[in-house]
Design a protein around this ligand. Structure first.
Ligand code: PLP
Length: 433
């Protein structure tokens, strides 16, 4: 290892606390963290000069690849003007233009208002608080409950985490969470009594696929049925497209697969192409108009963050949307999705692979010890496979014993082949450990 890398790692281990990371294992002398120094397209490079395919899109954020000249230029151009200005009491051009573009991306919808925040969790917090206040303002304060799905993940801030359905992440913080109701599927939803449904402010779902649950797919038609159910019981509907937005499922937004329009659409991660933290919560005029009134009526939406409408982030997002158009990203993606499907079909025959779940460019390879024998999660098989895959040039992450493969949309067919080959070699190696 070169001395500069050693120095960085020593300082990291001495000073940094990483997210979702057991720091005892991280700081152990034998653990050599990867120090990423640069990237280009779907490739990342570390401080030792090793290259990896970014198989996890840098935690599901990157869309068009690293160092895309158009996004880099847009950020630099904006930086030459101003990096950030307050969105309370003033506005800025990139934020205005981005709002227009985001609304225009929902051609037949009535999602016409854009509220900016910083990340996926805050996009969800915004939707929840808007829904809650909407019902207060429309004389239904009794509608103050939220319904989410089992195994859901909507972020880590206390409100968003209250909607989460992954016990390992959230149960320990129960004391600061509110009580949200969780159902496993539509039949449980349909069975809810009117005493419950009449108190619902909103229902939230990760459309088409639950990511953090281990890439779990919803059945076809789920969104259509859910929309109809919400309309019937009078609850608002929130789509959390923090993972699924911006082409990952093969369409710009997952809800477009079923042409279903929510009352709130939460966007983050890929919004800026994965370059800067920025989120947007889109909603309808119906919701927006309920908040209009005289100052003394206190109908204002009392919510915001210092970096709302950040000009650099909005400039990056505008550039990302232009790339979608100029490079025909979604059109070109369809062939790559079919290629990924074919490649993963080959992996499925390995005895160590229990199941492969995929929606567009979001894939999860669930491992097993042997046919019919699940892995023991304590043995961290998924994590060991990911570590082994690095030697073969693939960087990705596990969700317990499911290895995620969620590459940037710009990845080439050859790089996809290499990524799946790396995964196969890693799976074979770990099973011989
Ligand atoms: N919602 C979904 C569906 C997510 O997958 C995530 C993060 O993985 C979030 C919300 C939270 O986003 P963030 O980590 O940007 O707060």
């Amino acid at each position: 290892m070169n001395p500069h890398t050693t120095k960085l790692i020593t300082a990291d281990k001495a000073r940094i606390w990483h997210p979702f990371t057991q720091m005892k294992a991280w700081s152990a002398p034998e653990h050599e963290p990867i120090v990423l120094v640069d990237g280009e397209g779907a490739i990342l490079r570390d401080s030792e000069g090793r290259e990896y395919i970014d198989g996890n899109s840098s935690i599901w954020t990157n869309i068009h690849g690293h160092r895309h000249p158009a996004i880099t230029k847009a950020i630099k151009d904006q930086l030459d003007k101003v990096a950030h200005v307050s969105f309370l009491g003033s506005t800025n051009q990139p934020a205005i233009e981005l709002a227009e573009r985001l609304v225009a991306l929902q051609p037949d919808s009535h999602l016409t208002r854009v509220f900016y925040s910083d990340d996926g969790s805050t996009a969800v917090e915004v939707a929840m608080k808007m829904a809650l206040q909407y019902w207060q303002l429309t004389d239904h304060p009794e509608r103050n409950q939220f319904l989410a799905f089992a195994n859901a993940y909507h972020g880590d801030t206390a409100g968003a985490a209250s909607l989460g359905g992954l016990g390992t992440f959230f149960d320990r913080f129960g004391a600061i969470h509110f009580d949200a109701r969780h159902v496993t599927d539509l039949s449980e939803l349909e069975a809810l009594p009117s005493e419950v449904t009449s108190k619902l402010a909103a229902v939230i779902i990760e459309p088409k696929v639950q990511g953090a649950a281990g890439i779990r797919l919803w059945p076809e038609g789920m969104l259509t049925t859910l929309r109809a159910w919400c309309d019937r019981v009078g609850a608002l509907l929130i789509f959390d497209e923090v993972l699924t937005g911006f082409g990952r499922t093969g369409r710009m937004f997952a809800c477009q697969h079923e042409a279903v329009v929510p009352d709130f659409l939460c966007l983050a991660k890929g919004l800026t192409g994965g370059y800067l933290p920025l989120a947007a919560t889109l909603t309808t005029e119906r919701v927006y108009e309920a908040f209009l009134g005289e100052f003394h009526e206190l109908k204002t939406f009392y919510y915001g963050h210092s970096y709302c409408g950040n000009a650099l982030g909005c400039a990056a997002a505008l550039a990302s949307l232009e790339i979608f158009e100029n490079e025909h990203v979604l059109e070109n993606l369809q062939e790559k999705i079919l290629w990924l499907e074919e490649l993963l079909g080959g992996l499925a025959s390995l005895p160590q692979v229990a199941e492969i779940r995929r929606c567009g460019f979001i894939a999860g390879v669930q491992l097993q010890k042997a046919p019919g024998v699940p892995c023991d999660w304590r043995q961290q098989t998924g994590a060991r496979v990911c570590v082994a895959a690095r030697k073969h040039g693939l960087l990705t992450r596990p969700i317990l014993d499911t290895v995620a493969l969620i590459p940037p949309l710009c990845v080439s067919k050859d790089q996809l082949s290499s990524a799946v080959q790396a995964l196969e070699s890693a799976i074979q190696e770990v099973s011989h450990d």
